[in-house]
Ligand binder design. Sequence first.
Ligand code: GTP
Ligand code: MG
Length: 227
Amino acid sequence: MGNDNCCFSRGKQKKETQIIETQNCVLIIGQPGSGKSKLHQKLLKMNQNKFCFVDCLAIDLEESIDKREAFINYFQNEYSQITKRKQKQIISLIVTVKFERTDIMKRNLLSVIKYFQLFIDLIIIAVTHFDLSDNQQQDEDHLRNSLKFLLKNDQSRIVFSGNSDIYDNQINQTLSTIIQKIEDGNKNKLAFTLQNTIFEKLDETTQLNQLEDFSQYPKQQLQSKKF
Ligand SMILES: Nc1nc2c(ncn2[C@@H]2O[C@H](COP(=O)(O)OP(=O)(O)OP(=O)(O)O)[C@@H](O)[C@H]2O)c(=O)[nH]1
Ligand SMILES: [Mg+2]
């Protein structure tokens, strides 16, 4: 597809190519340092993607309120940039996780996936740094089994990526096939939106109502107490 390929990075990364009007988007999300940009570069290098891959800022919502707010703002902007284009949709989310101890990987994945539970059918897990595995076949089998519970037991949505040509050649083809399957399987079903997620943009009235509910709360509690 030559320059028609659409992959772009945001935030601290520079924008790499223009967005094609009708190309659907796949977001690459994950914790800091989980290999999002590296994976994104690989997909860009292959230069034959049918989809627009977006290298998102790291999700680190638990560290501080400021970081959390900043990420929510960033994600809302990113979402509106993508979806304001006609016919453009977010069809899948790739969640990157660094290969390490399985319990740590589970925790790291959960800390991201929990915000996108509604769209669990659109999620792909990409285990990065897999070149660090000493026994790749065994680790792959083990991880597919241990992580499948996060994807409604669908092991086929777990992919492996590492720093070597073997992975580079495989990952593009594998991901394209999986994304295509997700896209086909999800036609006429739930489209990705921010509604009912923590990233939902609330209008002013809803915000005021929520604030009012919040300020009522202690009063109601007091009223219900019998003295
Ligand atoms: N060995 C190995 N190193 C990797 C792999 N993927 C990424 N790295 C390295 O891990 C570090 C972090 O990778 P990035 O791709 O920058 O991670 P990121 O998720 O984009 O990081 P932030 O944007 O800072 O959150 C870099 O030094 C990469 O070169 C991999 O599959 N194998
Ligand atoms: Mg990055």
